[in-house]
Design a protein around this ligand. Structure first.
Ligand code: SF4
Length: 360
């Protein structure tokens, strides 16, 4: 990769709406988190205000699966006066728009949702993130994933395909180093390339390393070696022609320049969580920036919708307004936004035809 090709990234605020998850993926510490009730609107405004110094252009919302059926979450949001979890998310996003002057795009990672719920979210969501592991039967038959029904490869593929039918820009987060074989990693990448060839909605594929977490069944499993990440990034760049390969900057901070040289083009969301201290994020991100500059790589901030997604018309009216505001903010910060041509692309906006999609 040329050292002149920029690496892109997004500044984001993150918030977890529900840590409950029906799955028990052996590598995941998410369900071990202390339960914290979904924020009230008053608390939500405080969170958003606390996150302003990070200068985010994106709001990243996560929740366990199935997010819309979590009984405690439903009780909480109904107590707040919302019809259901999707209605609650819409309200959170509307408040975020007020607090950040109409300028936050939204990335969500809410796992497997019903088609009808995805359709309701589509107008306000700029990116849907889907976590997967390599489609390797050998690891699905082990304690690693035997109790994680919605992570099964056919269901994950179905979800990714459905997001394509709904024309929702999607980032797939592929976790590697769990003991899967190389051919299954390559087959998984090939399957993603095939889905993208039909729907054109994958705006990035993230290659993520496994890191053992205390208290999980895989706490003694070795972390993914850097060489495996670098090799997979190189293979992904070859197989996923036209889909940017992403690496999670803060998880590869000690060898990020090697990932860039192997073909990674994007560092994804650099997320700060205003509910905890985000000086750690700032420090780690500063280290990544220095390291890349020392190795001759340029960094360019982008919006949560990639240039390719925009070129494919994968945005709604809501996002068009949001992007216009963000471009002004980025200019004020003297950042060259990668998605700049979007302003001229406005007449080409393709809205989601909900009637047509519902009958598809
Ligand atoms: S589905 Fe996601 S949140 Fe749930 S246990 Fe698995 S990795 Fe964790």
């Amino acid at each position: 990769m040329s050292h002149n090709a920029p690496l892109t990234y997004v500044r984001a605020l993150s918030a977890t709406l529900s840590p409950r998850c029906v799955n028990r993926c052996g590598f995941c510490a998410y369900p071990l988190r202390k339960y914290r009730a979904a924020p009230s609107l008053k608390r939500w405004r405080q969170i958003l205000r606390a996150g302003r110094p990070w200068e985010p252009t994106c709001l990243h919302l996560t929740g366990g699966e199935p997010f819309t059926k979590d009984r405690e979450l439903l009780q909480t949001v109904r107590y707040y006066g919302h019809e259901d979890a999707v209605d609650y998310v819409h309200t959170l996003l509307a408040v975020a728009m007020e607090e950040h002057h109409g300028g936050l795009l939204t990335s969500v990672e809410l796992g497997e949702l019903r088609r009808a719920d995805l359709q309701r979210l589509r107008p306000v969501v700029s990116e849907y993130v889907v976590g997967i592991v390599a489609f390797d039967p050998a690891i699905f038959d082990t304690a690693l994933l035997w109790n994680a029904p919605t992570m099964a490869p056919p269901r994950r593929l179905e979800l990714i395909q459905m997001l394509g039918q709904l024309r929702m820009p999607t980032t797939v987060n592929l976790l590697i180093g769990l003991g899967e074989c190389e051919s299954s990693r390559l087959q998984t990448l090939a399957a993603l390339a095939e889905v993208h060839a039909r729907r054109g909605h994958l705006q990035a594929v993230r290659i993520s390393p496994f890191r053992p977490r205390a208290g999980t069944p895989l706490e003694n499993h070795p972390a993914t070696p850097p060489d495996l990440i670098v090799r997979t990034v190189r293979q992904a760049a070859e197989i996923l022609q036209g889909i940017p390969v992403q690496v999670p900057a803060l998880a590869v901070e000690d060898f990020v320049e090697r990932c860039a040289e192997a073909g990674a083009q994007d560092l994804g969301l650099i997320t700060a969580d205003p509910q905890s201290d985000f000086t750690m994020t700032a420090r780690s991100w500063g280290k990544v920036e220095r390291r890349l500059h020392e190795h001759g790589h340029r960094l360019v901030e982008r919006l949560a919708l990639t240039e390719q997604a925009v070129a494919h018309g994968l945005f709604t009216d809501n996002q068009r307004r949001c992007i216009a505001r963000q471009l002004t903010c980025l200019e004020e910060r003297h950042v060259r936004p990668v998605a700049a041509p979007v302003a001229a692309a406005a007449p080409e906006v393709v809205e989601v035809d909900e009637t047509r999609q519902a009958s598809a």
